[in-house]
Design a protein around this ligand. Structure first.
Ligand code: PLP
Length: 401
């Protein structure tokens, strides 16, 4: 089993949904691109051609991993750019008659803020609601699609809760009406099988740094025949869809990371799910008044989002950090702002419980021993914080008079 040593001695990293370390095989694949295969892939001479071959091999690898044709893969600077290119690019190309894009209330900000921008530029935008598990309703999708709909963009797996959306069914509904479908698969690739033909989507976003590849590189699958306009203007790189001298080293890293993640998926998914279940079971056995945020079955194997009644997630995060355990709060907030999660609020999680949420995201370095250590520390921390909490029965500074 591939085991990354945790970057810091005696620390437990449970924030793999935020980012992952670059695995040694990926570093090894990338290194020659900095020094030996350094050419500009657009140059005619042998240096350029060598870089070009590395680039096209990477394109083939990425295509093969998701069931696409190499001509349908476009390299970008990451998940955010892939999402922007897909959404803005398709909406711009759709023209004046098709001004209506559809998304969900639980998307990553890379999608949500793209839609906010579209709305500011005068387009009527639909944000589909979700049920208490975070799942979009197929009837709502069918009802939202109109003759002027330009695009449906719904994520494959949610980054806060791990909930999976029924993308195959959503895509069937939209495409039947001639509407292109984009899915943000940034959290899904390498965790669940992702095949563009099987899903029936037209566009799909990937990011390398969630799958043990480098940061700042991603890919967008664009099905042949999809009408889309580039966002950047420059040279003819990436068929003019994404101009700029290709970042060959990072692209090679992305391809190697995706290749390995896809190959290893049949082993990693059950391993992660078993560890996730051990963590969830352990929390339920040891700690009262906890709530699962997300779907109990239709979910990623590596994300567990739990609300601990009467405690602030932020306080738990800091206490865990002092024990060397890295997790994240339910809210995607940058530290300092206490805005609660738009995902949990769309799921009707009460605000006080949304603020009490922690996201544990497991990965290669996670072991049973590390999960057990986390359970031990977490149990103590929750007991201590609840004891001080004025919100918790039996604890805190309640006035006895
Ligand atoms: N979409 C989802 C679902 C994510 O979790 C992330 C991660 O941050 C992104 C998009 C953005 O990807 P990137 O960090 O590569 O821009």
């Amino acid at each position: 089993m591939n085991q990354h040593r945790s970057g810091h001695h005696d620390s437990v990293y449970l924030d793999h949904a935020a980012t992952t370390p670059v695995r040694p095989e990926v570093v090894e694949a990338m290194l020659p691109c900095f020094t030996h295969t350094f050419g500009n892939a657009s140059s005619i001479h042998q240096f350029g051609q060598e870089a070009k071959r590395a680039l096209e091999r990477a394109r083939e690898t990425v295509a093969r991993s998701i069931g696409a044709d190499p001509a349908e893969i476009f390299f970008t600077s990451g998940g955010t750019e892939s999402d922007n290119l897909a959404i803005e690019g398709v909406v711009r190309a759709a023209g004046r008659e098709k001004r209506h894009p559809i998304t969900s209330q639980v998307e990553h900000h890379a999608v949500l803020n793209c839609f906010r921008h579209l709305k500011q530029t005068g387009r009527g935008v639909t944000y589909l609601p979700v049920d208490r598990f975070g799942v979009v309703d197929l009837g709502d999708v069918a009802a939202a699609v109109r003759p002027d709909t330009a695009l449906v963009s719904i994520m494959l797996a949610n980054n806060e809760t791990g909930t999976l959306q029924p993308i195959r069914e959503i895509a069937a509904i939209a495409r039947e009406r001639g509407v292109p479908v984009h899915t943000d698969a940034v959290q899904a690739v390498g965790k669940v099988p992702v095949n563009v033909k099987d899903l029936g989507v037209d566009l799909l976003s990937i990011s390398a740094h969630k799958i043990y590849g480098p940061k700042g590189v991603g890919a967008l699958y664009i099905r042949k025949g999809t009408k889309i306009a580039p966002l950047f203007h420059g040279g003819h790189h990436e068929s003019g869809m994404r101009p700029g001298t290709e970042n060959v080293a990072s692209i090679v890293g992305l391809a190697r990371a995706l290749e390995l993640a896809t190959e290893e998926l049949p082993r990693t998914a059950p391993r992660l799910a078993a560890l996730r279940d051990r963590l969830e079971r352990g929390i339920r056995e040891r700690i009262a008044d906890v709530h699962l945020n997300g779907h109990p079955r239709e979910r990623l194997p590596n994300i567990l989002n739990i609300g601990f009644e009467a405690i602030e997630g932020e306080a738990m995060l800091l206490a865990l950090d002092l024990s060397g355990i890295a997790v994240s709060t339910g809210s995607a907030c940058t530290s300092g702002s206490m805005e609660s999660s738009h995902v949990l609020s769309a799921m009707r999680v009460p605000p006080e419980l949304a603020r009490a949420a922690l996201r544990f995201s497991l990965g290669m370095s996670t072991t049973e021993a590390r999960i057990d250590f986390v359970l031990e520390r977490l149990t103590d921390i929750v007991a201590r914080l609840r004891h001080m909490s004025p919100l918790h029965a039996g604890g805190g500074f309640r006035n006895g008079r």
